[in-house]
Design a protein around this ligand. Sequence first.
Ligand SMILES: [Ca+2]
Length: 385
Amino acid sequence: MMWTTAVLLLLLPHLLSSTDTGNGTNFNQSEIDSEDLSDAPGKGQKLLGGVKGRDTCSIPCDITVKLLRDEKHSVCGQLQQSLLAFGRSTRKLMRDVMEEQQRALDILSTQVTELMTKVQTLSSEVQRSNTEMYSVKPVQSHGRDCSDIKDSLVSVVPKIPSGIYIVHPENTDSSFEVFCEMDYMGGGWTVMQRRTDGLTDFKRPWVDYADGFGNLAGEHWLGLKKVFYIVNQKDTRFQLHVALVSNDEITSYASYDDFRLDSETQFFSIHLGRYAGSAGDAFRGYDQEQNQDTAPFSASDVDNDGCNPFCSIENRTVESCSTQHNQTGWWFNQCGLANLNGSPENAEQNQGQRTHILWDTWRQNGVPHTIKSVSIKIRRIATNN
Ligand SMILES: [Ca+2]
């Protein structure tokens, strides 16, 4: 603007020399003085290089002042327009930036939601496949037990799948479902108990331990009656296998080369043959007082635990081993060093109670392993018959 003003001032004498000769413009000093030029850079006369009065002013002062005033108004107007435009563009810029950020946030939010949905879908899929891995419909293949089914299928099926099968033990009118492990150590195993996630309640009365409970594809107790039917078939012998996994993923086992149960009238007393394995013979313990071999079964409401009226265990007076062991059922004997029906989740002993899975002979540096899962399975021993 400054250079425009300067050019105008330089050109003014030439522009005005023609017009001043006539009588077209005729401003006087009083008119000039009445103009508000307070914002102008000095009074009009002073701007014209010290021209004083009409007579000495080479450029008519009134015209100069008018031009300057117009120039000022023009400059102010332009400045105002510029400010307005600047304000508008700033607001638009801010609006654009905010809208862009909002769009980015919306996209992120959508992506997060999609990811969450995918994670949830995957999670439920994994959960479902875990629980339903084996929960296929029972194979309609009747055998007397899983060993028998394996023997009859091995020549016609290249790979016999593990899963739920229907068995019909000899000399009974009872058919029922069992889980057969056909991969583990040669296959043919009937699963008698499985404890893996602690989701199944093992605090049960006698009737449940006699009949069985849980999900055959997951945690379950097959039931003493069914096991009795299987192991008391004619001309059969069964081995019993305990498979243990510790919290730090160490595996171990205890195997007994002979296993049978007495009938319910004798409280399903357990009979075990020779021990072999890496987990120690916790069924028998270290002395006769701890020996569970030949012990009758106890449950929360049936007390055959050998503590009559009570035992002294770890300086505690115990009347019921089932109560001491989280209301579970087992072949307790004062109470002994084994109870595989404890919970995988209660690694810590609770106020002297034994709520966890117990196989006390399996130790490392003198400390028992914390057991996170266990299964008990039985299989026929080949006989000469
Ligand atoms: Ca008792």
